[in-house]
Design a protein around this ligand. Structure first.
Ligand SMILES: Cc1cc2nc3c(=O)[nH]c(=O)nc-3n(C[C@H](O)[C@H](O)[C@H](O)COP(=O)(O)OP(=O)(O)OC[C@H]3O[C@@H](n4cnc5c(N)ncnc54)[C@H](O)[C@@H]3O)c2cc1C
Length: 409
């Protein structure tokens, strides 16, 4: 049942940590090494755009980290963590990895868990004053750039979930916040136009300005950003810019192995990387088909996915290491995300982004704090649910109801 072979997990964040835990839960007794690019042990990212960003100014980076570190479970007490030295290249045929510092590691089984990094805008202008938010160090850098004694002009580029959360949090701190988005309204691609417009009105009522349908052409300033030039000709005052314009998958270290890395790492439904031997992928970069929706492989960038994929991928890898076939039972996790913006809690189940129709089932989008329920449908099939400010008990019922639609165990 168990194996003494060596597993290397590349990526020391939520998915990597959960993969190590789940390998032990799946009976793997051999050595496990988790290799991370960041110098920090695994920590939780969602608070970085919410309560950690909003925490009182000051404090050392270590204090911020302390607030978000994951607890180390007893089952992983003997897992080795090699941090601060990214894997630079992999030779999957030989079962070896080499790190940037030049260390070579051999593995019998490999877990790919290297997630995402922020996309950067390719526009001219000074670098100082430009920020992204993915890591605890990014969060520290952004906090340090905000003047403690007075409001700053902040421009957030991108009105996706992270952009909206950052805007909301910085507004609660009293900063003057403008959100620039070239395509659609806030989070519209995922939650649809009606709910997007409703959230926009709610955020605007707090003083956040939205400039929609405009792109950034340059940052203005000599040695640091002082403004943001838009393609409409307008220049927005900016002491601080936060670019929240999507992500890039961290897969370069897998180049040259013949894998499909066109969008993350392509796997089968059991999270096994195609034509790669005993290799599985987990978390934000795993692109797998979910029979809950169809047979199209997709990546899902939600906090629930690293845990769900780690559970299944660990079982798959443990079986492969034992020379057995992976469990063929379809893997059909219910994706879920939440987002906190001002006094709103958005909670979603399923994949609203796949929908061609949105139905507001309860509540008034003009009064989001009173509670709104919307369902999302594709060709008449329910593919997602969005609850805004509904009680935790209600959210649980909605999740169970959505999961109950799934014909697969
Ligand atoms: C600011 C923020 C707020 C969020 N809020 C929410 C929320 O409210 N709700 C929600 O559902 N989700 C939220 N998320 C998303 C959630 O945090 C992610 O889905 C989750 O972090 C994905 O985990 P992961 O381990 O797959 O990838 P990541 O967290 O991206 O971790 C990948 C790790 O691999 C490392 N790595 C990369 N390349 C290499 C290499 N070559 N060698 C070794 N290591 C490498 C990286 O440094 C990183 O530590 C948020 C994310 C962010 C950034």
């Amino acid at each position: 049942m168990s194996t003494a072979e060596r597993v290397v997990v590349v990526g020391a964040s939520l998915a990597g940590l959960r993969a190590a835990e789940q390998l032990r839960a799946a009976g793997h007794q051999g050595p496990i090494t988790v290799v991370g690019a960041e110098p920090h042990p695994p920590y939780n990212r969602p608070p970085l755009s919410k309560e950690v960003l909003a925490a009182p100014p000051g404090g050392a980076p270590a204090d911020l980290l302390e607030r978000v570190l994951f607890r180390r479970r007893a089952s992983t007490a003997d897992v080795e963590f090699r941090l601060g030295d990214p894997v630079a290249a992999a030779a999957l045929g030989a079962g070896t990895l080499v790190t940037e510092a030049g260390h070579t590691m051999a593995y019998d089984g490999l877990v790919v868990a290297t997630g995402l990094r922020p996309r950067r805008l390719a526009v001219p202008g000074p670098e100082t004053g430009r920020h992204v938010l993915r890591t605890v160090d990014d969060c520290h850098g952004l906090r340090a750039a905000l003047p403690p004694a007075g409001p700053a002009d902040v421009v957030v580029v991108g009105a996706g979930f992270i952009g909206c959360e950052v805007a909301a949090t910085l507004r609660t701190l009293g900063h003057r916040v403008t959100v620039v988005e070239p395509v659609g309204g806030p989070m519209a691609r995922v939650i649809g136009d009606v709910l997007s417009a409703a959230v926009q009105r709610h955020l605007e009522a707090s003083g956040i300005r939205f400039v929609l349908g405009a792109g950034v052409t340059a940052y203005v300033g000599d040695d640091r950003v002082g403004g943001v030039l838009l393609d409409t000709g307008e220049t927005l005052a900016a002491d601080v810019v936060v670019e929240a314009v999507g992500s890039v998958c961290s897969t370069e270290w897998l180049d040259g192995n013949g894998l499909d890395l066109s969008d993350g790492v392509l796997t089968d439904n059991q999270l096994r990387v195609a034509d790669a031997g005993r290799v599985v992928a987990v978390g934000d970069l795993a692109r797998f088909p979910n029979p809950l929706f169809d047979d199209v492989p997709r990546r899902v960038e939600h906090w629930s996915v690293p845990t769900d994929t780690a559970k299944r991928a660990a079982r798959t890898l443990a079986a492969l290491l034992d020379g057995e076939a992976p469990d063929p039972t379809p893997f059909a996790p219910v994706p879920s995300f939440w987002s906190d913006q001002l006094d709103l809690r958005l909670q979603s189940f399923g994949s609203p982004a796949l929908a061609d129709e949105v139905r507001v089932e309860e509540g008034d989008p003009g009064h989001l704090t009173g509670g709104v329920l919307a369902t999302y449908h594709r060709a008449g099939h329910h593919v997602g649910t969005l609850a805004v400010n509904l009680s935790p008990a209600r959210q649980r019922d909605l999740r169970n109801a959505f999961a109950g639609l799934v014909p697969i165990a």
